[in-house]
Design a protein around this ligand. Structure first.
Ligand code: TXA
Ligand code: MG
Length: 316
């Protein structure tokens, strides 16, 4: 669907009313969450949801996450469970997405689930996201607001560079705090980690009182976050660099000299928040390659390494 020319919006009540009106009109609205900026559309409107896939250039077999402000509203769309209850008590609102059995007849476009009988649901913590969802009053489908396969957006400028000519409105609330997408947990069978993210597997295991199953690569669901090449800058990415090579843009971690440092004091939370922005910035220098220091593989480092390994993967 054609979108009207981009309206840049702030975060006051009038702005969020305007953004909600765009959603009701079937337009695309980019908005901040605590993880990354989302590209939102009315999840009940087939045309609007189709517009997300067109704007991103996203393969339509990749299902979308539905965002809601209240748990009651989530429970009307999916079959709830004890595990969902415990995890939502612990982590919602926040960067955890749950994949649950879709309630038959739930008012969600089949394009959102890509025809699956499960639905990914999330209650974001960002106050602007929550206010917009409350103002709209229904489920909002929202992938990250970047072109498919490219670096995820953690500022409104990133969104505008990638999608500015394809969306009706952009709600600008500055930088996203977490900087990495939500953790995705499958709860249609054994609790299964589908994508590492802002909440660690260890945090989830503590709440559930048992270890998570790992996704088997043979399983049918294809998430873009599970595609090998994803989150990719234009320049090739070299990982675990302990020495820099001529002409490379240098992305450091810890006590190393680099062009940009994810966290000089070696803090993984700070590194996660900086990751996508620094990849955007180093890519914009036109460097022939981006080299990245080793990142410790623990806590949020697991999600950071997941994104980096996909950014570095051979391009399809
Ligand atoms: O933090 C986030 O989750 C951000 C913000 C905007 O909320 N959204 C986000 O959406 O990262 P996206 O579309 O970039 O990633 C959603 C992931 C994809 O890997 C998709 O395949 C997976 O969720 N997914 C969605 N529905 C699913 C389902 N029913 N079963 C399995 N995976 C699903
Ligand atoms: Mg994405």
């Amino acid at each position: 669907m054609n979108q009207p020319a981009l309206q840049r919006l702030g975060t006051d009540a009038d702005a969020l009313r305007a953004a909600a009106t765009h959603l009701r009109d079937g337009h695309l609205v980019a908005f901040p969450t605590e993880t990354v900026y989302g590209l939102g559309a009315d999840a009940g409107n087939d045309h609007a949801v189709a517009g997300i896939f067109a704007a991103k250039g996203r393969p339509s077999f990749n299902p979308l996450i539905v965002h809601l402000a209240e748990r009651d509203a989530v429970q009307a769309l999916v079959r709830w469970s004890d595990a969902a209850e415990a995890l939502s008590d612990a982590f919602w609102p926040g960067p955890l997405t749950l994949v649950l059995p879709l309630m038959p007849g739930a008012p969600v476009s089949r394009l959102v689930t890509a025809g699956l009988d499960s639905l990914a649901v999330r209650m974001p913590a960002h106050p602007v996201a929550r206010a917009l969802l409350a103002e709209f009053g229904g489920p909002v489908a929202a992938p990250s607001a970047n072109r498919s396969g490219q670096i995820s957006p953690t500022t409104a400028q990133h969104v505008e560079q990638g999608l500015g000519d394809r969306i009706a409105a952009l709600v600008d609330a500055g930088r996203c705090d977490v900087g990495l997408e939500s953790t995705i947990l499958g709860l249609t069978g054994q609790p299964t980690l589908l994508r590492p993210g802002g909440i660690t597997a260890a945090q989830i295991e503590t709440v559930l009182g048992r270890p998570l199953a790992q996704r088997r690569d043979t399983e049918a669901i294809t998430a873009p976050g599970q595609l090998l090449s994803h989150y990719a800058p234009t320049a090739p990415v070299r990982l675990n660099a302990t020495q820099w090579r001529q002409g490379e843009a240098r992305l450091g971690f810890g006590a190393v000299k680099a062009d940009l440092n994810l966290s000089e004091r070696g803090d993984l939370t700070e590194a996660a928040a900086n990751l996508f922005d620094y990849l955007h910035r180093l890519d914009a220098t036109g460097a022939k390659a981006i080299a990245v220091s080793p990142i410790p593989h623990r806590g949020l480092g697991i999600a950071i390494n997941d994104r980096l390994s996909r950014a570095a993967a051979p391009r399809g």
